[in-house]
Write a protein that binds this ligand. Structure first.
Ligand SMILES: Nc1nc2c(ncn2[C@@H]2O[C@H](COP(=O)(O)OP(=O)(O)OP(=O)(O)O)[C@@H](O)[C@H]2O)c(=O)[nH]1
Ligand SMILES: [Mg+2]
Length: 331
């Protein structure tokens, strides 16, 4: 019997193969484990995966005991609903964006190359947190080692363009070229791995055209649109405009392409404080997997309160869920 592996499994497998640190390896393996169908015909794969998981956990513990100086500063373990990584030329405003939305102690400076290492912060969006990673700048000649690994494993990449700079077109071209050199493309759709497309890894991404508040910025924005609109979405932005800053978390949420689903025990109120985070287009099966972790076969029916159904309607387990759906799983 052939195993029906999900696209998410293949994507996690690709991440596992590309992983450079124990933390990345473990995160990818955990995703593979979650995605692997747990039935008789996958027993061999389950056993192999368990072995790899246990080795990866040991490697991580071992690594943790070694001197902290050896920890890879470019390995940023994912936390929250998704990880968005910034990318841009010096002085574009990357640290200002992370500083404006999170409590991370970023270094914002008028001079370039102010950020030497990646630094994550957590952005609040309604009832979830999204990880936003400040990064050191890239130039045509130099990409800090380890940064490409972050782009590859990110749930989304935000290219920060500096509308105050006459070189903004070249800078965006340079960022896209660094990605393309590593077979990474920014997409307006879902993340797709080379295993499925046979081509580049597609990572959701947007160009944030920053400093729209400055004179001359509108003209440069038009130029950016003229040159890049067919390849990537361009959003004007300013860290100096409160309205634009407060709108950014929603853009991040759309970019990472997840939905929030609330589980409701039969006969009880749903837990509205702690949503389950699923990829967009997930079905009830996937929720069952998250909730029951290996025992999801026990779920045989579901009722739904949410988009496109009557309250409490019975739905099939392959019913596709939407953001903010409430689901009662029956075992
Ligand atoms: N006018 C204006 N200035 C901004 C905006 N965003 C950032 N700046 C300024 O731009 C300069 C650079 O900001 P940073 O956030 O340090 O830029 P960065 O991209 O992190 O720079 P590196 O870490 O050196 O790559 C600082 O002087 C900021 O105050 C904006 O939206 N409008
Ligand atoms: Mg910086």
């Amino acid at each position: 019997m052939t195993l029906n592996l999900t696209p998410q499994y293949h994507e996690a497998d690709a991440r596992y193969r590309a992983a450079r640190t124990p933390a990345e390896r473990l995160a990818a393996l955990e995703d593979m484990w979650r995605e692997l169908p747990k039935h008789k015909s996958s027993e061999k794969m389950q056993a192999e995966l368990k072995k790899k998981l246990s080795a990866a956990r040991k490697a991580l513990q071992h690594g943790g005991k070694k001197s902290a100086a050896k920890a890879d500063p470019f390995a940023i373990p994912k936390t929250g609903a998704g990880q968005v990584v910034l990318l841009g030329a010096p002085n574009g405003g990357k640290s200002s964006i992370v500083g404006g939305l999170t409590n991370a102690h970023v270094n914002i400076a008028e001079y370039p190359f102010a950020t030497p290492l990646p630094l994550p912060g957590m952005v609040s969006y309604e009832d979830i947190q999204i990880q936003l990673v400040d990064t050191p700048p890239v130039t045509a000649e130099h990409v800090p080692p380890g940064l490409a690994g972050l782009w590859r494993s990110a749930d989304a990449v935000l290219v920060v363009a500096d509308l105050a700079s006459d070189g903004v077109l070249e800078d965006v071209e340079m960022c896209l070229a660094h990605l393309a050199e590593r077979q990474i493309e920014l997409s307006d759709g879902p993340r797709t791995s080379p295993a499925e497309t046979g081509a580049s890894l597609k990572v959701p991404g947007v160009v944030l055209a920053n400093k729209i508040d400055l004179p001359g910025a509108t003209e440069r924005l038009e130029l950016l649109r003229e040159f890049f609109a067919e390849r990537v979405r361009i959003e004007p932005f300013s860290t100096q405009a409160a309205g634009r800053l407060t709108a950014l978390p929603e853009l991040l949420f759309r970019l990472i392409r997840v939905i929030r689903v609330y589980a409701k025990p039969p006969g009880k109120k749903p837990d509205m404080d702690d949503p389950f985070i699923l990829r967009t287009d997930s079905d009830v099966h996937e929720l069952a997997r998250k909730v029951y972790r290996g025992l999801e076969q026990r779920v045989h029916a579901a009722r739904l309160w949410g988009q496109g159904v009557a309250d409490g309607q019975n739905v099939h387990l392959d019913h596709v869920l939407h953001d903010r759906d409430i689901v009662e799983l029956h075992v």
